[in-house]
Design a protein around this ligand. Sequence first.
Ligand code: NAD
Length: 351
Amino acid sequence: KQVRRRVLVTGGAGFIGSHVVRLFVNNYPDYHVYNLDSLTYAGNLENLRDTEKASNYTFIKADITDEKGIFNLFEKYKFDSVIHLAAESHVDRSIKDPLAFAKTNILGTLNLLNAAKYIWKGDFQGKLFYHISTDEVYGTLGKEGYFTETTAYAPNSPYSASKAGADHFVRAYGETYDLPYVISNCSNNYGPNQFPEKLIPLFINNIVNRQPLPVYGDGKYTRDWLYVEDHAKAIDVIFHHAEKKETYNVGGFNEWENISLVKLLCKQMDEKLGREKGNSEKLITFIKDRPGHDKRYAIDATKLSKELKWKPSVTFEEGLSKTIDWYLKNEKWLNHVTSGEYKNYYASHYR
Ligand code: NAD
C-alpha cells in the first residue's frame, strides 16, 4: 500500500501526544505514524493500547537529546513531517531542575531541526516541522487583555523559557534555512491520560481518596482550559491547512480562576460519587505560592477559528464531566502511575 505521508510524532506516549497519535492513526490510514518517545515518568504506552496494533503505526523508543540516534532515525524512516510534542512539561519540576528542561526542550528541539534540515536537503515540497508550544511563553496578563500571536515573549518560569527558546529556534530555522514550520501556542489542556501531577487529575485522585486539595496562593490564578481532544483536532487542522511559517494560538475561550474550577470539580465529583453536597470542598487547602507564578493567562484564538474554522467541541462542564468519568473508570491506570517514583515526588512536593 502506498504511504502518503511519514509523520513523526515526538512525545506520543504522553498526555497530548497520545491523543494526537490516535487521531492521526485513525483518520489517515494512508499515513504512517511514527511515535518517538523516550518514556520518561510522563510517557506511558498504556495510553495507546487501542492503537498500537494498527498497521500504520510504529513506536520508536528514543531520546530527542541523542543527536546521533535522531539523525539515524531520520535517515532510516525518511519522515516528511514532524509534530514535535516531546518535552519536559511540568512547571514545578522546572523550578527544581531547569537544566533538564533546557536539555530536552531546547537541545532536543535543535536535534530534530538539524536532522530534518539535513535529511530534507532543501527539498521542502510536502515537508513540515510543527512545534507544539504553550501560551506560557507570553508571560502573564493583568485583569484585562488577551495573548495574541503578536504578543511579545516574556517567559517567567524555566519551563516557559525553555519552550520560548525552542520556538525561537524553530522560527530561526525557517528564516535562516527556509525550513517550513508552524508553531501553535496552546492554553492549559485537560482530559483523559493526563499525568496526575497536573491540577485536574491530581485533584480528581485526591477527592476520590479524600486527600487535601493543595491550591496555590489565594486561588485567584486564572487559566484558560481546553479539552485535550479539541487540542488534537486543532493540531490536525493546523498540520493540514496552516500557512507555513505562521503561528497560531489555540485556546478554549474558557477562563477560570483556580478556586472556582476546584469548586466546580468538587461539585461534579460529589454528584458522581454520591457524596453529600459540599463534602469535597472541605478538602481545599491553600499552600504557599509558587515563585514566578503567572497571575493570568488568556488566549485569543480568533486567528485559528477565523482562518481555519476550528472551535472547541465541548463546553468546560461537559469536558470536565467526561474527564472525571474516565479517571473513575480507569482506576488501574491511575493506581499504576501514582505508585513508585511519583509517590516520593508527591510527598516531597505537597507536604
Ligand atoms: P507530557 O509530559 O504528558 O508528555 C511528554 C512526553 O514527552 C512524554 O511521553 C515523555 O516520555 C516524552 N519525552 C520527554 N522527554 C523526552 C525526550 N528527551 N525524548 C523523547 N521523549 C521525551 O506532556 P503534555 O502535557 O502531553 O505536553 C506535550 C507538549 O505540549 C509539550 O511540548 C508541552 O510543552 C505542550 N503543551 C502542553 C500543554 C498542557 O496543558 N499539557 C499546553 C500547551 C502546550
